[in-house]
Design a protein around this ligand. Sequence first.
Ligand code: GLP
Length: 241
Amino acid sequence: MEVVIVPDAPAGGRLIADALAALVRRKPDALLGVATGSTPLPIYEALAAQVASGAVDASRVRVCQLDEYVGLPAGHPESYRSVVLRQVVEPLGIDKGSFLGPDGAAEDIPAACAAYDEALRAAGGVDLQILGIGTDGHIGFNEPCSSLASRTRIKTLTQQTREDNARFFDSLDEVPHHVITQGIGTILEARHLVLLATGAGKARAVAQAVEGPVAAVVPASALQLHPHATVVVDEAAASEL
Ligand code: GLP
């Protein structure tokens, strides 16, 4: 695992955007796994600036979701499909038809989960997966004690994660209790994992993930098992390393 400490969040965004631009130049139709949340926004903004300036053409890039809420109505502005469309697909000029995600509104959720794992495989696998980290060490929506071998499946959110994500909704009551997330085993199949963590609130989770034992209680510690994992942290998030 490579750990890179940058001064602040914009610097982390630029560093990862440069890695993405290099990937896209090498492989124009790369499959890019994207995370939601506030942390990756500087990455998407920096990459969109490169696209706008003509430094990179992302029009053939394919994008896939890490996770999704279950039960939000189609087109809900906070469904992760809507968020990824708004923050990644549209600004980068990516074809909506090449955007993969699990169906959080499916009647048969286990079948939708299996279908998503299969779709990722059929698409040739994820070239680079961007990850954030929850304050409890989760990746995607794999809450503590998720199996390190897990596949895409339905999970119940912890109260902590619902509270962390309530800022995107009008009230805590509106935050769904259930989600579909790529499993940790699914995530580990990506060719390159890049986790960005910024701010002091993530310092403890980062220290446990990077320096602690590999353990299901800290899902992000699974990155230690991956042959090509990069953890980019700002100085605040690195403060407990
Ligand atoms: C959610 C997402 C994760 C994300 C986490 C942290 O739980 N499912 O993918 O990493 O939030 O979000 P933030 O970056 O806003 O702290």
